[in-house]
Write a protein that binds this ligand. Structure first.
Ligand code: ZN
Length: 142
C-alpha cells in the first residue's frame, strides 16, 4: 500500500492554487470534474503522492456539506491498494463501516471506495485501485 493522495476541501480551486501552485511551487497535472461525486478536482504531485484539491460543483456534494460544517481543510486520505474488492472484503470482515460497499469510478478512471471515519479514527479514508483503463495507471505505474 502507498499513500495515493490527500484530499483537501476548498471553496474555490483557483483560490487554493494561489497557495499550492503559486506560493509553494507545486505543478498541476490535471483538473477534471467527477460528476458522480459532485466535485471538480485538481491533482498536484508531491513526489509520488498527490495533493487533491476538491471544489464542490453542487450544493448536495459531500464536499459542499463538509465545507459547511468544518470549512476548508483536509477532507480525506487516500491509500492505493492492488485489489480494492479484496481490501473492502477484508475491512468488512473486520467489522469496519464502509461508505461504499463496492467500488465506483473516481478521478482518472480509477476505482475508489470510502471507509467511514467512525472506523478509521476520525479520518475519512479512500481506497484507490488504478485500472488499466484509467489514465492514472499509465502515467504512474512505471
Ligand atoms: Zn480522493
Amino acid at each position: 500500500m502507498k499513500i495515493e493522495h490527500i484530499g483537501i476541501a476548498t471553496y474555490k480551486i483557483d483560490d487554493a492554487l494561489k497557495f499550492w501552485r503559486d506560493a509553494l511551487g507545486l505543478g498541476v497535472v490535471e483538473t477534471e470534474e467527477v460528476a458522480e461525486q459532485g466535485v471538480r478536482v485538481a491533482m498536484l504531485p508531491v513526489g509520488e503522492p498527490r495533493i487533491e484539491l476538491l471544489e464542490p460543483t453542487s450544493e448536495s456534494s459531500p464536499v459542499a456539506k463538509f465545507l459547511e460544517k468544518r470549512g476548508a481543510g483536509i477532507h480525506h486520505i487516500a491509500v492505493r491498494v492492488d485489489d480494492i474488492r479484496a481490501a473492502l472484503g477484508r475491512l468488512k470482515e473486520q467489522g469496519a463501516r464502509l461508505i461504499d460497499e463496492s467500488p465506483r469510478v473516481g478521478a482518472g478512471g480509477s476505482l475508489v471506495a470510502f471507509v467511514h471515519p467512525a472506523s478509521a479514527g476520525g479520518v475519512l479514508l479512500e481506497l484507490v485501485e488504478h485500472t488499466p483503463a484509467g489514465h492514472n495507471s499509465e502515467k504512474r505505474d512505471v
